[in-house]
Write a protein that binds this ligand. Structure first.
Ligand code: C2E
Ligand code: MG
Ligand code: MG
Ligand code: MG
Length: 283
């Protein structure tokens, strides 16, 4: 019998997979053109420090209007870019675009506010990546301390040694790393210990139920404790409600991000963004 876990074999080829393949081809073709023609947009979502309610940084998120009046989700096209090798030139575009955007408003923000950019493991295995990033920072007069890179836990594994080497070089120049979507990939605790990442982002699938489901609350508390015992700070993703932010703050998570604070916005709006404040504590 065909082993379905290994993907598409001749025996297991079904119409649904054919449709899926056709869609992937369409995305791949359009991607190559879109990279050439600069057809992407970047939005930015605030990340808030729970201790004082201030914006500590913001995450860059890509948007692609791939057809007239139709955006396609990065959750769909980023994996296609990764599998086709187009991700390297896409990430190169993203780094340039986000850094020029950031440079435009850098003076209007507190000095410590950082930008967090999502990258793929393939980028860390690209020998030109490190120099490219440092070069773009220099050209835009941005301190490396103001850039953070987010790597998803399941994407780093293919060549762990090389990826870690590149991360360390970038880290020595001041760039910090965050492990994204923690809890959803295949990372072992060993892996978590090895990666030179100062931040851990708890996936939003756990945050959604944090005030209602004991199992989500338990995993979130345990992840915060684990991160702290490995000297990492925690960023909670997908905070949509005041009570979730309150739970996270009470359990010593450092940062939060989500629709409760703000949806992703154009760069110009970030300079005027003020997070909603918790009521003053009184005792
Ligand atoms: P991610 O890095 O985990 O980004 C967080 C996702 O959660 C974003 O989805 C964001 O819009 C969404 N989000 C934020 N707050 C909330 C909330 O309160 N509730 C809900 N339901 N969702 C919220 P988005 O922009 O669709 O991106 C999806 C994924 O695509 C990202 O997950 C990331 O893995 C990837 N991605 C996005 N932009 C880029 C990029 O520039 N480069 C790369 N390599 N990947 C990207
Ligand atoms: Mg991210
Ligand atoms: Mg994430
Ligand atoms: Mg996520």
């Amino acid at each position: 019998a065909p082993d379905l876990s290994k993907g598409i074999s001749v025996e297991s080829f079904e119409p649904s997979q054919e449709t899926h393949l056709a869609r992937s081809f369409e995305i791949e073709n359009k991607l190559a053109q879109a990279i050439e023609k600069n057809q992407f947009e970047m939005l930015y979502q605030p990340i808030v420090r729970l201790k004082d309610g201030q914006m500590s940084g913001f995450e860059a998120l890509i948007r692609w209007p791939w057809k007239e009046n139709e955006y396609i989700s990065p959750m769909e096209f980023i994996p296609v870019a990764e599998n086709s090798g187009l991700i390297k030139s896409l990430t190169r575009w993203i780094i340039r675009k986000t850094c020029t955007d950031f440079a435009r408003i850098h003076d209007k923000l507190p000095e410590s506010v950082y930008m967090s950019v999502n990258i793929s493991s393939a980028d860390l295995l690209d020998p030109r990546f490190t120099d490219d990033v440092l070069d773009v920072l220099r050209k835009n007069n941005l301190p490396a301390q103001n850039l953070k890179l987010e790597v998803t836990e399941h994407s780093v594994i293919s060549d762990l040694k090389t990826a870690i080497e590149q991360m360390k070089i970038l880290q020595q120049s001041g760039i910090r790393f965050a492990i994204d979507d923690f809890g959803t990939g295949h990372a072992s605790l060993r892996y978590l210990q090895l990666l030179p990442a100062a931040y851990l982002k708890i996936d939003r699938s756990f945050i959604g139920g944090v005030t209602e489901l004991e199992r989500d609350a338990a995993i979130t508390r345990a992840t915060i404790a684990l991160a702290h015992s490995l000297n990492k700070n925690v960023i909670a993703e997908g905070v949509e409600k005041w009570e979730q932010a309150e739970f996270l703050r009470a359990h010593q998570a450092e940062y939060a991000q989500g629709w409760f604070y703000a949806k992703p916005m154009p760069i110009e709006e970030l300079a005027n963004y003020r997070p909603p404040q918790f009521p003053e504590e009184s005792d």
